[in-house]
Design a protein around this ligand. Structure first.
Ligand code: AHR
Length: 529
């Protein structure tokens, strides 16, 4: 929508140089603060930590004897950084790793050394096991989201793991837990019933998976329904992994079983969806050293998340019109070629640029617009793997642009969404091959009572003059932060850790009108009071 100023500008457009016309355009973002939408579950900001590359070992776990400052073997610097993000939940131990993880190898004094066959073929010492993970989650203040092994485990093994973790009664397994240092039961509010069972989790057909899922759901219980935080354990089934009939059939099969076969003896509260931003799995894009074309290409690709969620939500609506089952996008993010180039390709190491922060903003905005169905999401992954929050190298640590994006979005955790409308036209690239909405925005009433607005300016070349037209509120002040950088592929390094980081933005308010100038390729989060 163009303001008066822009209309005046367009009258003179023929006489003025293009720059002057562009600068005069104002986009009105209409926010109806009197109306509310769905709650934005804080679990949309969940994380994923798999036994993969340097995600766990080095990234989280350095061991109690390490010269790197740690608490019971867990890095202090990483814990402090993650605590500041208020991470709601961490998914562990995988990913593909979960389906050949045998929990008993990772408890007690004698840990069994195994091979991580999926990820680089390296030795898995199992020194980071159940107690260490629960300790880590506790240190950062996150809830545990465990994935049980359906692919190569048994229902009994998984049921015993949950008994070991959660029972408050003096069973043999509870006594073993106490002997291993934790007499009190742990809280496990989220449980994944397998991972990608259509592929690395066991190459199952949907029908085969449904049978397994029902069995596991029946026997793998939370043994402590009175757990201290009052959480019931929510069970999340394996869902689709992409676009197309194979995946819509999968969702149909699981949801049909939920609708037609659900009995007292098994239950389900969530369905997962995995979707990575990759254009060609055989020749992945680079995470650094790219230009505007690759920027546009990747962001264009990531917007496909919208269609996927819409498609699978529609199927879920057929079987669950009351939206009791959450769609949990528990693996998402950009997946690029290995960086450094000579790193073990099985370690999935990559850099993280301004483009990733914008990619994250666009995805989270999509989740927020579907918040009545999408109530959990876990970016892949937390540290040193794929689109990470944090990169480490021995004692060094750097926070990525994606970390800062999650920090900027903190006010949206458990906020209530507020309707937003705007029409800012498009940013196009490569002779219109890539055509993306130029601006993207969400708004919400925060848990702090304030009205929060996030606006992404996707266009890497044009700043945007924006008017926030807020009805239902007499706007007097605006304050917040914005994040951009010199280049679309700007990164933070150990030597220059603040190249991409938020800075204060100043806007103006006059007669209730809020005006902001958004830099090209930026994400801005402000509160209006
Ligand atoms: O995140 C890396 C891998 O991607 C996970 O282990 C798997 O679930 C997915 O294919």
């Amino acid at each position: 929508m163009l303001s008066k100023l822009a209309i005046v500008s367009s009258v003179f457009a023929l006489a003025l140089p293009l720059q002057a016309v562009v600068a005069a355009e104002t986009t009105t973002i209409t926010i109806d603060a009197a109306k509310t939408g769905a709650k934005i579950d804080r679990n949309l900001f969940g994380q994923f930590a798999e036994h993969l590359g340097h995600g766990i070992y080095e990234g989280i776990w350095v061991g109690p004897d390490s010269p790197i400052p740690n608490v019971r073997g867990i890095r202090k610097d990483v814990v402090a950084a993650l605590k500041a993000l208020k991470v709601p939940n961490v998914r562990w131990p995988g990913g593909c790793f979960a389906d050949y993880y045998h929990w008993r190898k990772g408890i007690g004094k004698q840990r069994q050394v195994t091979v991580n066959t999926d990820w680089g073929g390296v030795t898995e010492p199992n020194t980071f096991g159940t107690h260490e993970f629960m300790d880590f989650a506790g240190q950062i203040g996150a809830a545990a989201y465990l994935s049980v092994n359906i692919g190569s485990g048994t229902p009994q093994e998984a049921a015993e793991w949950l008994e070991y973790l959660t029972t408050a009664q003096q069973t043999t397994l509870a006594k073993e837990r106490a002997a291993n240092g934790h007499p009190a039961p742990y809280s496990v509010p989220y449980l994944g019933l397998g991972n990608e069972s259509w592929d690395c989790g066991g190459n199952m057909t949907a029908a085969n998976y449904v049978q397994q899922m029902k069995t596991y759901s029946r026997f793998v219980q939370n043994y402590n329904p009175q757990q201290q935080d009052g959480n019931k354990m929510l069970k999340i089934a394996v869902g689709p992994g992409g676009d197309g009939k194979r995946w819509t059939d999968w969702t149909e099969t699981v949801m049909k079983a939920y609708k037609e076969e659900l009995t007292w003896s098994w239950e389900l509260q969530g369905l997962s969806l995995h979707n990575y931003t990759v254009i060609d799995w055989k020749a992945k894009h680079a995470s650094v050293g790219f230009g505007e074309k690759e920027y546009a290409e990747i962001l264009n690709e990531t917007l496909k998340m919208e269609g996927l969620i819409t498609t699978h939500s529609a199927i879920m609506d057929k079987y669950d019109p009351d939206r009791k089952i959450a769609l949990a996008v528990d693996e998402w993010g950009g997946w690029y070629s290995p960086y450094p180039k000579d790193s073990n390709p099985g370690f999935l190491m990559q850099q993280n640029s301004l483009r990733d922060a914008i990619l994250a903003a666009l995805n989270i905005n999509i989740f927020v617009r579907h918040a009545d169905r999408v109530r959990m999401a876990n970016i892949a992954q937390m540290i040193n793997v794929l689109q990470a929050m944090i990169l480490t190298d021995k004692e060094k640590m750097v926070l990525t642009p994606t970390y800062y994006l999650f920090k900027l979005y903190l006010p949206f955790q458990d906020a209530v969404s507020v309707p937003v409308s705007l029409a800012a036209g498009y940013y196009t690239m490569d002779s219109q091959k890539f055509k993306l909405p130029r601006l993207d925005a969400i708004a919400a009433r925060g848990a702090d009572g304030k009205l929060w607005i996030a606006v992404t300016n996707v266009d890497p070349n044009r700043s945007a003059e924006v008017e926030l037209a807020v009805s239902g509120l007499n706007a007097r002040t605006v304050s917040g932060e914005t994040m951009t950088a010199a280049k679309v592929d700007s990164i933070n390094t150990f030597e220059s850790p603040n190249t991409v980081a938020p800075k204060k933005i100043t806007g103006s308010v006059s007669n209730g009108k809020v005006l902001l100038t958004l830099e090209p390729k930026s994400v801005t989060v402000v509160s209006v009071e």
